[in-house]
Design a protein. Structure first.
Length: 565
């Protein structure tokens, strides 16, 4: 049988066990049918075969972003939302200008939404640390349209006076537990809501419709195709997400994914963790919800699969609400303080939830952003397996930014993994020392230590927290340089280019229970491919983020192609 696609004249980075590099590859019927040199693929060239001369470009396995909120990212991105991240905006004045332009495009009274602002990249806030976003920055350009702007991290929401009025927030409003309604010297709300207080906004907004969710996912799929991403993990969909980002992480979103699959629109492979409960759930609530959650079977489990469940061990923001062994710089101690009954109670609750999910046969991914949380969860994984032996459960830590020697030994001994976020490291590296001190900041996201300990590491963007650009992730793992100042943070945690590529390919496929059929370019595996215009193996790592993705193939089907342009 003749091949559908044949690639010659390039650097075919197979990511096999030896990390071998070939020069040619053939695809037949959605499967890799030959890997080697030109002589190996020439007999497969027929009259209808598309032959692509790579001219020295790099052919990689399709990229697997192993932690990406697909619906939320689409909702938070243009054209569905204003892009307020750096470098799109660099000041509060530019945010206001973008909002003002949006007001002119939408009907009277309609909400204006934006995502991605970060005080660490806004000029006025950099000049004066006490200067924070305020409703007054927005009121002049949007006196009648309610405005809601989400920070890049999910830590804060910024609204204007009209939004405060519609939501009913005033000087007498009491924030939900764990949240803060920021007020000025006169006791009036400034328009800035932290942590749990953001629910006041979320609960006032209408949930996303089925069509809005589908449009958001389609937008994400188009972006991922342009970036060479062929697989991603949607880390948490279910009842626990119904109140997050207008339900973008809710149960209905999973149903929309199933519809897109049925309609042939799912142009990437998606693995899902169920989200039975939110961040502050009890073990009893978790068990009840998990039992009642319908775990749907999908028509094509290689395209859409339910892998397990997600839990939260600590706060949502690394370095600010993590469960740490030592206090933050200045005496803060995060969402759960060191020592006392709180530690023991939370540890016990987590242990019960993890054992329940494990015994039910699920893979378990747990959000952890502090060393105390990490040790607690690693030990709970170990205890669950001891109590209910089950081969190859592939439980993993989500984020794992402060892995300890103890936790790494436990993870490696039991074949558990960790999912890290290099582009978050790149984004926050200039600010980490302010919260955790120089030593811990340099150590944060310890790729070298984890790999040396024998822990399986996958990488993900956590979009919309950061853009799903794996090229920047690769550069960060190799260089450990920061976004704003380009300063090196923890050079001893650098890893090699080959190791970095594995975290986005074969090791991410391992997290998906799919390393036997995707994640490397080997005969018989699915034809999920990414072509970079340039030699990834020899280019200066600083230039990796700028190498264009010229072709993306999923299951043998071309979903992005600029080679003919």
């Amino acid at each position: 049988m003749y091949a559908d696609l044949v690639f010659v004249g390039g650097r075919v980075v197979t990511v096999d066990a030896e990390f071998s590099v070939a020069s040619a590859l053939a695809v037949t019927g959605g499967t890799i049918s030959a890997v080697g040199g030109r002589d190996d693929v020439t007999p497969l060239v027929g009259p209808d075969t598309r032959v692509i001369d790579l001219r020295g470009a790099t052919l990689l396995p399709g990229i697997n972003d192993s932690h990406l909120h697909g619906c939320a990212f689409g909702m938070a991105s243009p054209p569905l939302s204003l892009d307020l991240g750096h470098p799109a905006v660099t000041s509060l004045a530019e945010v206001a200008r973008a909002v003002g332009e949006a007001v002119g495009r939408v009907p009277d009274g309609q909400w204006v939404t934006g995502h991605g602002w970060d005080t660490g990249y806004l000029d006025e806030c950099l000049r004066d640390a006490s200067r924070l976003p305020s409703r007054h920055d927005l009121d002049a350009v949007s006196p009648d349209h309610p405005v809601v702007l989400y920070s890049f991290s999910g830590h804060a929401t910024w609204v204007n006076s009209r939004a405060l009025e519609l939501i009913g927030i005033d000087r007498h409003t009491v924030a939900p537990p764990g949240g803060t309604v920021v007020v000025d010297e006169a006791g009036e709300p400034t328009g800035l809501l932290h942590e749990g207080a953001q629910a006041l906004v979320q609960n006032a907004l209408p949930p996303l419709s089925r069509r809005e969710r589908a449009d958001a996912i389609r937008s994400t799929l188009a972006t991922l195709a342009r970036l060479g991403v062929t697989s991603y993990t949607e880390p948490g969909l279910g009842p626990g997400g119904d109140g997050i980002m207008r339900g973008a992480l809710g149960a209905l979103t999973l149903d929309v994914y199933r519809e897109l699959l049925a309609d042939g629109e799912l142009t990437a492979r998606v693995g899902v963790l169920l989200l039975p409960t939110g961040m502050a759930s009890t073990a009893e609530e978790f068990a009840r919800n998990l039992t009642s959650v319908d775990v749907p079977h999908t028509a094509d489990p290689r395209r859409l699969a339910i892998h397990g469940v997600k839990l939260f061990a600590d706060g949502i923001v690394p370095n600010k609400t993590a469960w740490m062994n030592e206090p933050y710089v200045g005496g803060g101690c995060g969402s759960l303080c060191v020592g006392g009954d709180t530690d023991h109670e939370r540890a016990a609750e987590l242990g019960v939830m993890i054992r329940h999910a494990h015994a039910a046969g699920h893979q378990v991914g747990v959000h952890v952003t502090g060393d105390r949380a990490i040790d607690t969860v690693a030990d709970a994984f170990s205890a669950a397996v001891a109590e209910h032996p089950r081969p190859d459960a592939r439980h993993y830590l989500i984020h794992g930014d402060f892995l300890t020697d103890h936790s790494m030994r436990v993870l490696a001994a039991h074949g558990f993994g960790v999912n890290m976020n290099p582009t978050i490291k790149w984004t926050v590296a200039d600010l980490e020392e302010e919260f955790v001190g120089a030593e811990r900041a340099a150590y944060a996201w310890p790729y070298r230590a984890a790999l040396d300990a024998g822990v399986r590491v996958a990488s993900g963007s956590d979009a919309p927290v950061t853009a799903p650009d794996w090229r920047q992730g690769i550069a960060t793992m190799v260089l450990r340089e920061s976004k704003a100042a380009g300063r090196v943070s923890g050079p001893e945690q650098r890893i090699s280019l080959a190791e970095a590529i594995r975290t986005y390919t074969i090791d991410a496929a391992w997290q998906d229970f799919a390393d036997g059929w995707k994640g490397s370019l080997e005969t018989g595996k699915v034809a999920d491919l990414c072509v970079l215009d340039g030699d990834l193996l020899t280019v200066d790592p600083h230039d990796i983020p700028h190498l264009p993705v010229t072709l993306t193939v999923v299951d043998g089907r071309v979903v992005h192609d600029t080679l003919g342009d």
